[in-house]
Design a protein around this ligand. Structure first.
Ligand code: 8OZ
Length: 374
């Protein structure tokens, strides 16, 4: 036998597609299409997810992964009417019905946990409470309350001794998530809510260990995520960030180094994924220059991208290795079988904005899937 020349057999390398399975942390996904978190304001008394939520999420179980609507970690974490919680027995029981249905239909689902911080109104909080924030700076924005669409309330600055209690609320809610059957937790660190308020210098004017330097401003995020990781495991923990969104009157004078350090700290915690909103959440992608590749280079886990992706953009991102998965938001509202429609090139239905937050079944569980015969 000649020992000549045989170069190793070429390894079949095929660029990944959006429709290929992927494992993110401990979560096996049938495809790389993620349902983004979407506030729908349909929780019932006690902030328990309604029976309609069982149908709504079940109808969307063909997504590779569903990320639920933002869900409170405590009574003080609420900022909009009828958003659900995950801190009472009734809420856990309500969510269990949702996760059972999604799993029965072959899907995977994580819960997005949030604390809204200053984006709230006294009418939504327990008697005598006001919204809390890193600093006592009122946001120039409005929220939906039982009295309608009103300016948010003046917040008070959190005492440093109160911060461990909020970290603890996230830890407990993460435990509740596992008890409710979720595949994991996404910590909401985007869109100008409490964690983002600590990160960015427009909203964080603290002079203690949680304000000032980038190290200090990323501390609260780090502590919350560390608590979640300790409670449920890094392989079931993800984080959503939106480095340049102006949502909810948020801004930072120098977001690139801030978010690079934030992501480095998440990498050190070994979490399953980072979910990054590119540009203004739900709006233009090019609001401000930002180097997302440099951000990604700081992180070894899975990278989920979001904001205004169509099929072609999403396939290119996955094919070229810029993302492991792509999250779609509004299209999932009106196309419960979005995965099939994208795969088959079927027409997409536009969502009706009037029913985004209107409550009830209309615009929630009545968008049809394609028929089997289509
Ligand atoms: C729209 C309306 C209310 C809340 C976010 C959770 O921006 C939200 C939200 C979106 O992350």
């Amino acid at each position: 036998m000649s020992s000549s020349a045989a170069s190793p057999a070429p390894v079949a390398t095929q660029a990944p597609s959006l429709f290929d399975p992927v494992r993110i942390g401990a979560i096996d996904m049938a495809n790389r299409i993620v349902m983004a978190p979407l506030t729908r304001s349909r929780a019932e008394a006690g902030l328990v997810p309604s029976p309609l939520a069982v149908d709504y999420y079940g109808q969307r179980a063909s997504a590779g992964l569903i990320i639920t609507e933002a869900t409170q970690v405590s009574w003080l974490a609420q900022g909009y009417i009828s958003t659900p919680g995950l801190f009472t027995t009734e809420q856990i029981e309500g969510w269990k019905k949702v996760t059972d249905e999604v799993h029965r239909r072959g899907g995977r689902i994580v819960v997005q946990l949030w604390h809204v911080g200053r984006i709230s109104h006294t009418s939504l909080l327990p008697p005598g409470e006001v919204p809390v924030a890193p600093s006592a700076i009122r946001a120039d924005t409005k929220t939906f309350t039982p009295e309608g669409f009103v300016d948010v309330s003046e917040p008070r600055a959190l005492g440093i001794e109160e911060i461990p209690g909020i970290v603890e609320d996230f830890r407990k809610a993460a435990r509740n998530a596992i008890d409710a059957g979720f595949d994991g937790v996404e910590v909401h660190a985007a869109n100008g809510y409490l964690i983002d308020q600590f990160l960015r210098d427009k909203t964080n004017h603290r002079s203690d260990a949680y304000g000032g330097s980038i190290e200090n401003r990323t501390r609260f995020l780090h502590e919350v995520v560390q608590a979640v990781v300790q409670e449920i495991g890094a392989d079931r923990t993800g984080v959503r960030i939106a480095p340049v969104t102006p949502s909810n009157d948020i801004a930072d004078s120098n977001p690139q180094p801030l978010f690079e350090r934030a992501v480095e700290r998440l990498d050190a915690l070994n979490i399953a994924y980072v979910h990054v909103v590119e540009g203004a959440t739900g709006g233009p992608r090019d609001v401000q220059p930002f180097d997302y590749e440099a951000l990604r280079s700081r992180f070894r886990g899975a990278w989920i991208v979001n904001n205004g992706y169509d099929l072609e953009m999403a396939q290119a991102a996955v094919r070229e290795g810029r993302a492991d998965a792509v999250a779609f938001g509004r299209l999932f509202i009106s196309n419960p079988d979005l995965v099939r429609r994208l795969r088959e090139g079927a027409p997409l239905v536009e969502p009706d904005r009037d029913t985004f937050y209107s409550g009830g079944a209309k615009g929630y569980v009545d968008y049809p899937a394609l028929a089997d015969t289509d």
